[in-house]
Design a protein around this ligand. Structure first.
Ligand code: SF4
Length: 368
């Protein structure tokens, strides 16, 4: 088995469950936070004994809303990780934050704990789009949180923006992109809103209370993102991600390159490989069940045989602009994708074209 060099820690608490969200996130459970951090420490200590970890290149606190953790709990968790794992001096340590729960005391605790990358869930600036998403933050909070993070010394800040939100037209999306760029982020993620079954937004659409967004409109909005962000000096290095040179997310690159990632916390997924076969397993999802089950919170798992693991690595590698050296056995699929202009061969590598990045779901369908 290849050793783990990447650690993901899931913090499932949220102030409010947004109407579009199908992540493993829960509102109204803040009182569980101290027990949850205890349980995380138990799981991490057990994992450290059971699996091979080498120097960690990336640590990622995601959620949910990690910024909701009170600063003393966040500091304790970050210190625990440093004390129990060998975190590389130049490791990328990311924390996902919601603008509404980002303040000076927390930023100082995060920076003291070694966080050097903040992923700020801005999502948008247009009050109408934010209302459809049921985000409880507004543009002013996002601007305040971003500026505060910079003033406090956060060296690397990413913002998330969502497009194809009902009622969002091209003008309002352009305005969102321009306001996002004006903040001065190092990295921008743009996500196309999806209507996931089981969410409030899905039900609202089914009831006709929010309009559909036509695929043509989605593609115009994506085009606008490419034009605006590239003009502002960002490079699209993955289907949904743009960065200034040197600010590509190292943690997410570990997923796209199928590197082993240990996932701790409620519902977190881990991925391990020996370079041919791969294994994926995931923890029990609900925070209370996770606390009870830690240090052995695994719910279930699966083995990916060589062909499936290779297909998955090809599909993920073709999300990135750099592409990959394809695994053997996919010539028919790759020729077909090259024939319809979704990928190109550069020497031995395969890379997605711009169209291939925009229509990555077709690449996924072909290779999986
Ligand atoms: S803040 Fe993020 S994780 Fe939490 S409910 Fe909203 S979208 Fe989901």
């Amino acid at each position: 088995m290849q050793p783990f060099r990447h650690l993901y820690v899931h913090i499932p608490f949220c102030r409010h469950k947004c109407g579009y969200c199908d992540f493993n996130a829960y509102a109204g459970m803040d009182r569980l936070m101290p027990d949850y951090v205890d349980a995380l420490e138990r799981e991490l200590a057990y994992a450290r004994e059971r699996h091979a970890f080498q120097e960690l290149e990336t640590v990622y606190l995601g959620g949910g809303t990690p910024s909701l953790l009170p600063s003393d709990l966040a500091a304790r968790l970050l210190a625990f990780i440093r004390a129990n794992f060998n975190v590389a001096p130049d490791a990328e340590v990311t924390l996902e934050a919601n603008p509404a729960s980002t303040d000076e005391a927390k930023l100082e605790a995060w920076l003291d704990g070694g966080v050097n990358r903040l992923s700020l869930g801005v999502q948008g600036f247009d009050p109408r789009a934010l209302a459809v998403l049921e985000r409880k933050t507004d543009a002013a909070q996002a601007v305040r949180a971003f500026r505060l993070a910079r003033e406090t010394g956060m060296p690397n800040i990413s913002i998330d923006l969502i497009y194809a939100v009902p009622h969002q037209d091209l003008e309002s999306w352009l305005e969102t992109l321009r306001r996002g760029v004006a903040l001065g982020p190092d990295h921008v993620s743009t996500y196309c809103l999806s209507f996931e079954e089981g969410t409030l937004l899905f039900r609202r659409r089914a009831e006709g209370r929010v309009p559909e967004v036509q695929p043509d409109a989605q593609s115009d909005l994506l085009d606008a993102a490419c034009t605006e962000l590239e003009a502002a000096g960002f490079r699209r290095y993955e289907v949904s991600n743009w960065a200034r040179g040197g600010f590509e997310s190292r943690h997410n690159q570990a997923y796209w390159r199928c590197r082993p990632v240990y996932g701790a916390g409620a519902g977190a997924h881990s991925y391990a490989t020996d370079g041919a076969t791969a294994w994926r397993w995931w923890n029990v999802a609900r925070p209370r069940d996770y606390i009870a089950a830690s240090p052995k919170p695994k719910a279930d798992g699966e083995e990916l045989l060589v062909r499936s693991a290779a297909a998955e690595s090809l599909m993920l590698g073709l999300r990135t602009a750099e592409g990959m050296d394809p695994p053997p056995g996919f010539d028919v699929e790759l020729d077909q994708l090259a024939g319809i202009g979704l990928i190109e061969r550069h020497g031995g590598r395969v890379v997605p074209t711009r169209r291939g990045m925009d229509l990555h779901n077709q690449i996924a369908l072909a290779v999986l």
